[in-house]
Design a protein around this ligand. Structure first.
Ligand code: ADP
Length: 194
């Protein structure tokens, strides 16, 4: 089963993804934490662009993002799904769609992302950009831009109608969010055919 944790920067994705994997392992599941952008050359390219060390057009960067996601899926996710693992991904396809559409390439992004396999469950940590960015110490190209993150939030809100996406209030305390996630994941696992 593939679980994607999504939300804007500082919404608590990394915190919750780590806690979930720890809980799954303790509960006896084979579980793996994974992250986008990856540490492969595609992911490294994204980091270079975000930190101003490499220049490319928005469209070129969109292509690299989706390529990185496909590399992530085929090398780091699919082989483990076959072995019965629960994969928890800190960002996946719907971050790609929300951030990409917020940059304006809606049609192109949707066309690209159609090729990326769907997760079984998406947990969206919803929070306003001012609260989320105030939690962050190190700011990268996106985190600086509250206006941009407001656009990304609106894109996430458009995606909330999806049946496999569950929204959680990201402003709640860490432990309360964790308990909500456990309850959702437990229900999903009981229905999931291995
Ligand atoms: P993301 O991966 O979405 O960017 P992180 O999990 O790295 O977010 O969290 C960013 C910061 O906010 C960290 O310092 C983390 O400890 C803190 N944090 C995470 N979740 C919460 C929460 N629910 N309430 C308050 N602070 C939080």
């Amino acid at each position: 089963m593939l679980i994607a944790i999504e939300g804007i920067d500082g919404s608590g994705k990394t915190t919750q993804a780590k806690m979930l994997v720890k809980w799954l392992k303790r509960a006896g599941y084979k579980a793996k934490l994974t992250h986008e952008p990856t540490k492969m050359c595609t992911g490294k390219t994204i980091y270079k662009v975000l930190h101003g060390k490499l220049k490319m057009s928005k469209t070129q960067l969109d292509i690299v993002y989706t390529t990185d996601r496909l590399m992530h899926y085929f090398y780091e996710i699919a082989p483990y799904l076959k072995k019965g693992y629960v994969i928890v991904s800190d960002r996946y396809k719907y971050s790609g769609i929300a951030y990409g559409c917020a940059k304006g390439n809606r049609k192109f992004i949707n066309e690209l992302e159609k090729n990326v396999p769907e997760p079984d469950l998406i947990i969206y940590l919803r929070i306003d950009p001012r609260s989320s960015t105030s939690r962050l110490k190190k700011k990268d190209a996106y985190e600086k831009d509250i206006k941009f993150l407001t656009k990304v939030s609106k894109e996430f809100d458009r995606l909330r109608r999806r049946k496999n996406m569950i929204t959680i209030d990201g402003k709640k305390p860490i432990d309360e969010i964790h308990r909500e996630i456990i309850s959702i994941v437990t229900k999903k696992l009981s229905k999931h055919v291995k």
